[in-house]
Design a protein around this ligand. Structure first.
Ligand code: FAD
Length: 379
């Protein structure tokens, strides 16, 4: 599979948009600029200076808009190239009842749209958008009113999605919250994933215990006759987790090196393809080898390119070369399309900037490909 065709990768972008994307990547690959930007952002937020004019270029690169109407315009554009969208209401750091209700109502709106619109195949949310994260720690008992309320909030989303037969992805976050989320989501998978899969849990394959957990889940699904929806990621919080483990004096939950994480990721996808009758796969990665591995396994198991149980996903504004070339070949591809008021999606944007400044090889490739396409269009 050739992921280097820039004409296909950027066919949905105008020349102006390509130049703007190049500008963004050139800025965020300079750690100094990212640190400076973060500092100014903090000051601006403290002094209530409007940040939109200064952050608009980043926002446009990595977000679908401030509301669902704006997201749908982008989604329609992506769909012309058979790339689907997953609107992701990306407000972070607010945890009160009105914020929880706001998230539930926003996810329900996405579910309504997804039920009617083939270009939106999934809804998604972050568990910490539905509870004050402090209560997710293991020190809080399972029957604590806040934990029970969290479960009920999730059920509002799942029962609604189930009625409309729309699949819902649930992101994974910090290690210290995940055990409780795993336990709750397992119950919901048993409840809702009978005929079709509605609930998708997320496995972070940088964790040393995830292959065993996957095997455990598959055994249980076979025994108790339900299906698994699993979103696979490598994991986004490595440094934070390593520091926390060192400070808290407990074993680092993450593989000691990248090669081990890569091997676990590949193995998890292999196990899942082998058990495809029980596992629907949502393969979230910007790693070309991981995508090629999945394609290879699908061929080996005679699975159609557009088998509805297998999806690959990248973030909006990143690795279009993977998304668009895969979609062109007929595979199921969806972009995470974050949206929300500019001020509230800032933590998401800062993460994208930091990730790209620390992963220079991926961002470097992005810059090379953007330059190549801009030059081609000049000719
Ligand atoms: C659509 C989408 C949804 C996502 N949702 C989530 C989510 O819900 N939760 C979440 O945590 N992340 C999520 N991520 C981010 C993801 O976990 C990765 O951080 C990111 O995609 C980079 O990994 P990669 O597979 O693309 O590629 P690569 O660049 O090949 O891998 C980088 C990753 O490898 C791992 N790694 C790097 N160095 C080491 C090391 N020394 N030792 C061990 N492991 C190492 C880390 O996980 C790092 O992020 C999502 C990503 C995408 C594309």
């Amino acid at each position: 599979m050739d992921f280097n065709n820039t004409q296909i990768a950027y066919s949905y972008k105008t020349k102006k948009e390509l130049k703007s994307a190049l500008f963004v990547y050139q800025i965020i690959t300079k750690p100094f600029m990212v640190s400076l930007g973060k500092f100014f952002l903090k000051v601006a937020l403290l002094l209530h200076i409007p940040i939109k004019p200064f952050t608009n270029f980043m926002f446009k690169q990595f977000c679908g808009g401030e509301n669902l109407d704006e997201v749908l315009k982008i989604s329609n554009n992506l769909s012309k190239n058979n790339v689907k969208s997953i609107p992701d209401y990306s407000i972070e750091g607010v945890s009160d009842e009105s914020a929880f209700n706001n998230l539930i109502s926003e996810v329900k709106k996405v579910i309504d749209i997804a039920a009617e619109n083939n270009n939106i195949p999934f809804a998604v949310f972050k568990p910490t958008g539905l509870i004050d994260a402090e209560y997710l720690k293991q020190t809080t008992p399972d029957n604590h009113p806040e934990v029970l309320a969290f479960s009920k909030r999730m059920d509002k989303i799942f029962s609604y999605a189930s009625k409309k037969t729309v699949r819902v992805l649930i992101d994974a976050e910090d290690y210290m919250f995940q055990q409780r989320i795993d336990d709750i989501l397992l119950q919901f998978m048993k409840q809702y994933n009978k005929e079709t899969v509605i609930v998708f849990t997320t496995l972070q394959m940088y964790r040393t215990d995830r292959l065993d957990y996957l095997e455990f889940l598959i055994e249980m699904a076979k025994r108790e006759n339900f299906k698994l929806g699993i979103k696979f990621v490598r994991g986004a919080y490595m440094e934070k987790e390593r520091n926390r483990a060192a400070e808290g004096n407990y074993p680092d939950p993450i593989y000691p090196n990248k090669a081990d994480t890569d091997a676990a990721y590949d193995e998890a996808i292999k196990i899942s393809v082998e058990n495809i009758e029980f596992v629907e796969i949502f393969n979230c990665t910007h790693n070309e080898d991981s995508v090629s591995n999945l394609i290879h396994l699908m061929k080996e198991h005679n699975l159609a390119k557009n088998d509805k149980r297998i999806w690959t996903s990248q973030l909006y504004g990143m690795r279009d070369n993977i998304s668009f070339n895969l979609a062109k070949e007929g595979y199921n591809v969806a972009k995470y399309l974050p949206y929300g008021p500019v001020k509230h999606v800032m933590p998401y944007l800062v993460r994208r900037a930091e990730e790209n400044s620390s992963m220079s090889s991926q961002a470097g490739k992005e810059i090379e490909m953007l330059k190549e396409e801009i030059n081609k269009r000049k000719l």
